[in-house]
Structure formats: structure tokens, C-alpha cells
Design a binder for this molecule. Structure first.
Ligand code: HAM
Length: 428
């Protein structure tokens, strides 16, 4: 039985195939995302992976709605696996915002599902680092969010030479639109054309723009001029003060496909242009109001960073650390009469925080030693019965081959001390 197309198995590293996925690499991303989000004062939340279909159909926009994994459940409810986190978040915030001080800074690491054509950088499930802020309309919040996005990529050792943030604004495009087009109910159609400009053949874009009363040339002229609005200039100043100016450029070629954005919008791309967007987000000041049926009016903004493109990029740049499993100690049990006493010792060592392995069944000495080497154990240890019936422990460093002996009663303290003095790399 094969897995479904567009879904992934996450193996312990190293993956069985060169293009395989590992739980270690995924955890590495999660750890970094969590750590940076916490440094910025964001609190973690989560929601259900299955929601009522309606939550997404009116809020997300046609592209995502066309990609929904939806069905009727056994209670005849129309439901969908979440394709993105933002509608769930807006629902949660609308329901409980009064319990939280503003501005609210929240993050989540959801798995999302989109029934799209499987291709490079696009699968039918992915994980996303979502960070959002509610209750703050100042551009200071937009800058804070973009700084978090930049720092989360920097925490993975990517530099300004690897990626850039393309910063744009729906307000700038709104002004452009209303100055030229009196038919305002076509504004989202116009945004859709701009969103696809880089992927679509110019003649198609030209025809679609003409139908809305625009020329491709004037649209391109506007993008090329890249004049920051006052709001974007403020965001740039804030980022420059943090030393992050090199990561951001004004780029009206970005407008974002999702329907709910209202203000500044942005996307992160690798500089070489070889990959799809690493992350995207922006301001959505009307979404909570829309989802709460007008009850709650709370500005919001946020971004989502997917694990798929990011993993491709980190692999291409060789920026993942080694995920060699390492253990501190392998307890050799060569005398089966000492198995139970050895187990007591193993358990004490594990309780003291050391990573300890031992043979689960009687095994020849040379096989045990081989297994210790395979597991990259720092040390082997062996419990020994002395003629006077006391117990000692023989510890051997597998790199230097140095050995020491100590009474079994001192072993845990000695080994914990030794581990503290000789810390090792990641032990995933
Ligand atoms: P999005 O642009 O649809 O935005 O997705 C954000 C990122 O998720 C993309 O840049 C990409 O890295 C990744 N991604 C999206 N779809 C797939 C896929 N099928 N396979 C692999 N990776 C994918 C949103 O989802 C917004 N809800 C983000 C947001 C949060 N806006 C405000 N707050």
C-alpha cells in the first residue's frame, strides 16, 4: 500500500531516500520557529484540523476554496480539513479576544491540507509557522511581524544573500485601481490578475487587464516605480532601525491571492528565484469582523511560512545540521546474572537525564560492542561483580579508548558530572 500522492512519511534521519523527509528536520524547523516566536513575545495556540466548510468558503478566496479537502461527515455536516490557519484563528479570536490583553501576539505550527497538483514546493499537506498580531493598527505591528519573519529565517542560518522580503500594499493597489476604474466591484478580480502576473503569459494578463479598463504597460510602470506609500516607508524605517533593511524591498509585483488582505502584504523568496514563495502574509483588518458577523472589530495581520519550500532551500544550501543519533552510554551486559542490576543502573542514569541504551536480549559481547559503535555511544559501561561481592562499573570512552573504574554506588554521579564537563552535539 502506497501513501496518497502529495502526502509525506517522516522517517528518523537519515531518510531512506535522497529526497525523503525526516522527523528530525521537521523538528529542527519547529524548534527554531518556536524559539524565535517566543523571543518576540508570541504565545502558542492551536485549533482543530477539521472545520465547518463554511469557514473557508466565504473567507479565503477562490484559489484555496478550489483546493479544499471537503466532505460530509456522518452527521451530514459539510466539513473541510483546514487549508490555512487564518480563518480558524479569526474564529478563535472573535470568540475569546476579551480574555486577552491587546495587542495579542500568537503563533501556531499547524498541518494544513490543500488538494492541489503536486509539484516542486507544493504538496497536499504541509506544516506552516503562523504568526499573527491582533488589536494593533499601527505599521509598527507590520514591521514587528516582518522582523519576526526575517529572524526566523536567520535562525536557520539563511542570510540576506539567500532570501528577501518583497513588501507591497493592497492600499497602494487600491489607490491605483480607484484612480482609473470606476467599477469598484471588480477590484478583487483586478488583484487576481496582478497576483498571477509573474506566472501568466503577458498576452493573457493584457487581455484580462483590458477587460477591466487597464493596460499591462501602466500596471508594469506602477510596479517598476516602486514608490513606497507613507505606511510602507514607516515599516521600512522600523526595519532599518533593527538592522534589517537589506532583507526588504518594495515590490508591488506582490499582492497576495487570498481575499481577506486589506493593507501591507509581503512574501519571502529565495534570491536565486529557484523556489516558490517561502512565506507570505499581510494585514487583514476586516476578517475578525466578517467572521464574527460584525460583532467584533479587531485589526489583524500575520504570515504563514511553509515547511516544504523552506526544507528544499535549506537542503540546497546544505544548512541542515547533521541529525546523527547519539547516545551517552551503552550498557554492556556480558554476564546475564547481572542483567537486573544493570537495568537498575540504566534506569537511574536515564532518570538523571543521560541517553542510555543496552541489549534487550542476551547478546554476544562482540555484537554488543558493535551496536555501541553503530549507535555512536560516547561510552560503554559494564557492571562488574567483585570477589568481595561489591559492584564496580567500568566505563570506556569509545573515542579516546580511555577507561576508568568506580564503585557502582558512585557511577550515576560520576557519569552525570562527566557529561556536564564533556557536552556533545545535538542528540536527535
Ligand atoms: P499562503 O501564501 O497560502 O498564505 O501560504 C503561506 C506559505 O505556505 C507559502 O508561502 C508556502 O511556503 C506554503 N504553502 C502554501 N501552500 C502550500 C502547499 N500546497 N505545499 C507546500 N507549501 C505550501 C496563507 O496560508 C495565509 N493564511 C498566511 C497568513 C497568516 N496570512 C496571515 N496570517
Amino acid at each position: 500500500m502506497d501513501r496518497l500522492p502529495g502526502f509525506r512519511d517522516f522517517y528518523p534521519a537519515p531518510a531512506p531516500t535522497a529526497d525523503g523527509w525526516t522527523a528530525d528536520a521537521r523538528q529542527y524547523l519547529f524548534d527554531n520557529w518556536r524559539e524565535v516566536a517566543r523571543r518576540y513575545g508570541f504565545r502558542e495556540y492551536d485549533g482543530p484540523p477539521l472545520e465547518s466548510l463554511e469557514l473557508f468558503t466565504t473567507k479565503s478566496g477562490d484559489e484555496i476554496v478550489g483546493q479544499l479537502y471537503n466532505f460530509n461527515d456522518k452527521g451530514e455536516r459539510a466539513v473541510a480539513l483546514r487549508p490555512e490557519m487564518t480563518p480558524t484563528l479569526a474564529r478563535m479570536v472573535a470568540a475569546a479576544e476579551r480574555h486577552y490583553r491587546k495587542p495579542m501576539k500568537w503563533f501556531a505550527l499547524p498541518q494544513l491540507f490543500r488538494y492541489e497538483r503536486q509539484q516542486k514546493g507544493r504538496l497536499r499537506e504541509h506544516f506552516q509557522f503562523n504568526a499573527d498580531i491582533f488589536g494593533e493598527s499601527s505599521p509598527g505591528a507590520d514591521a514587528e511581524l516582518i522582523a519576526l519573519l526575517i529572524d526566523s529565517l536567520r535562525s536557520l542560518k539563511l542570510t540576506a544573500a539567500d532570501f528577501r522580503i518583497r513588501l507591497s500594499s493592497r492600499n497602494a493597489w487600491h489607490d491605483f485601481f480607484v484612480q482609473r476604474c470606476p467599477v469598484t466591484d471588480r477590484e478583487y478580480d483586478f488583484y487576481q490578475v496582478i497576483d498571477k502576473l509573474e506566472r501568466e503569459a503577458p498576452e493573457n494578463s493584457e487581455a484580462k487587464l483590458r477587460a477591466l479598463g487597464f493596460s499591462l504597460e501602466e500596471v508594469r510602470g506602477f510596479i517598476q516605480a516602486a514608490q513606497p506609500t507613507a505606511e510602507l516607508a514607516r515599516i521600512l524605517d522600523d526595519l532599518a532601525a533593527r538592522g534589517l533593511a537589506d532583507y526588504v524591498t518594495i515590490d508591488y509585483g506582490v499582492i497576495r491571492g487570498l481575499a481577506y488582505y486589506t493593507g501591507p502584504v509581503f512574501e519571502a523568496f529565495d534570491r536565486s528565484g529557484a523556489f516558490r514563495a517561502i512565506a507570505g502574509g499581510g494585514r487583514y483588518d476586516q476578517l475578525v469582523k466578517l467572521i464574527s458577523g460584525g460583532r467584533i472589530d479587531l485589526p489583524g495581520l500575520g504570515f504563514g511560512m511553509g515547511d516544504v519550500v523552506l526544507t528544499e532551500l535549506l537542503r540546497a544550501r546544505k544548512l541542515f545540521p547533521g541529525f546523527e543519533p547519539r547516545i551517552d552510554l551503552f550498557c554492556l551486559i556480558e554476564n546475564e546474572n547481572l542483567r537486573l542490576e544493570s537495568l537498575t543502573l540504566v534506569h537511574q542514569l536515564r532518570e538523571a537525564g543521560l541517553i542510555v541504551e543496552f541489549p534487550l536480549a542476551p547478546t554476544k559481547s562482540d555484537k554488543q560492542f558493535k551496536r555501541a559503535l553503530e549507535l555512536k555511544a560516547a561510552h560503554t559501561l559494564r557492571l562488574e561483580a567483585m570477589p568481595d561481592a561489591t559492584r564496580t562499573v567500568l566505563v570506556k570512552n569509545l573515542e579516546s579508548r580511555e577507561e576508568f573504574r568506580c564503585p557502582a554506588t558512585d557511577a550515576v554521579a560520576r557519569l552525570v558530572q562527566h557529561r556536564r564537563e564533556h557536552p556533545r552535539g545535538p542528540t536527535r
